[in-house]
Design a binder for this molecule. Structure first.
Ligand code: NDP
Length: 254
């Protein structure tokens, strides 16, 4: 088994299910101490049980990334538990899809808050510790929707925003041994895409089939596909790669 992340502490937001959980599991399987922050307490408990049954070290804590108070408290708790944070993955996300003319203020605000404000709060809190230790890896989860997607004016703006956020982090933090990169997934099979199928009134299988028909490699994405790309950026050896956006979509886009 690889020990690539031995001694590293990795914090993953929204890490109790879906893509975040796969990312957490990839780090844990390569010997990192994994911290999972999430609002979903049920998923947190299930994830903790699953990780412990596999013999992985996990520190799971409820934290809403849209609250700077909760974020700061959670980060301080991680520091008192482990003394350092080496990897941050801003993965927590929600969708509130609708066509522009039907979109409510709350749908816009919720999506901006979780993706953008949440990543800002988390990164601001964590960088203070990364700067001191002169080492860090920050990975922000964007989306192919950043290139535009019908019904996602809020989400596509937030995901494009995260790409600009990533590039600025790379510029400001590079001198402290910190890299910042973004992974932009295409269609990935998770509860989020299941909810999309429900919303548009088709089965998940139908949505998968429709998505696969335009994906060059001819299959849909799995959470592990994203975890693999995140681990690449998080690797200590990736120290000369910063400010990049890697589309992981089975082709140039989907
Ligand atoms: P899921 O909905 O399966 O998981 C997201 C997790 O984030 C959930 O546990 C959710 O909790 C949690 N979360 C939501 N809001 C907050 C918050 N305020 N604070 C902390 N945690 C929160 O999504 P995916 O795994 O599919 O998506 C993960 C990331 O990947 C997201 O950023 C998403 O936008 C992005 N992405 C996903 C794609 C896909 O096809 N699935 C494609 C491109 C990007 P709760 O269950 O309570 O909502």
């Amino acid at each position: 088994m690889s020990e690539r992340f031995n001694g590293r502490v990795a914090v993953i937001t929204g890490g109790s299910r879906g893509i975040g959980k796969a990312i957490a599991e990839q780090f844990a399987s390569e010997k990192a101490k994994v911290v999972v922050l999430d609002v979903n307490e049920e998923a947190l408990a299930a994830c903790t049980e699953d990780f412990r049954s596999k013999g992985y070290e996990i520190f799971a804590r409820k934290a809403d990334v849209t609250s700077s108070i909760e974020v700061n408290e959670a980060v301080e708790e991680v520091i008192s538990q482990y003394g350092h944070i080496d990897i941050l993955v801003n993965n927590a996300g929600v969708i509130r899809d609708n066509l522009l003319y039907k979109m409510e203020d709350a749908d816009w605000e919720m999506v901006m808050d979780v993706h953008l404000k949440g990543s800002f709060y988390m990164t601001r809190a964590v960088q203070a510790h990364m700067v001191k230790q002169k080492y860090g890896r920050i990975i922000n989860i964007s989306s192919t929707s950043a290139l535009g997607n019908r019904g996602q004016v809020n989400y596509s703006a937030a995901k494009a925003g995260l790409q600009g956020f990533t590039k600025t982090l790379a510029i400001e933090l590079g001198r402290y041994g910190i890299t910042a990169n973004s992974v932009a997934p295409g269609f990935i099979e998770t509860d989020m895409t299941k909810a999309t199928a429900e919303r548009i009134g088709i089965t998940f299988e139908q949505l998968i089939e429709a998505s696969v028909s335009v994906i060059p490699v001819g299959r849909s994405g799995k959470p592990e596909d994203i975890a693999n790309a995140v681990a690449f950026f998080a690797d200590e050896k990736s120290s000369f790669i910063s400010g990049q956006v890697l589309y992981v979509a089975g082709g140039p886009k989907n």
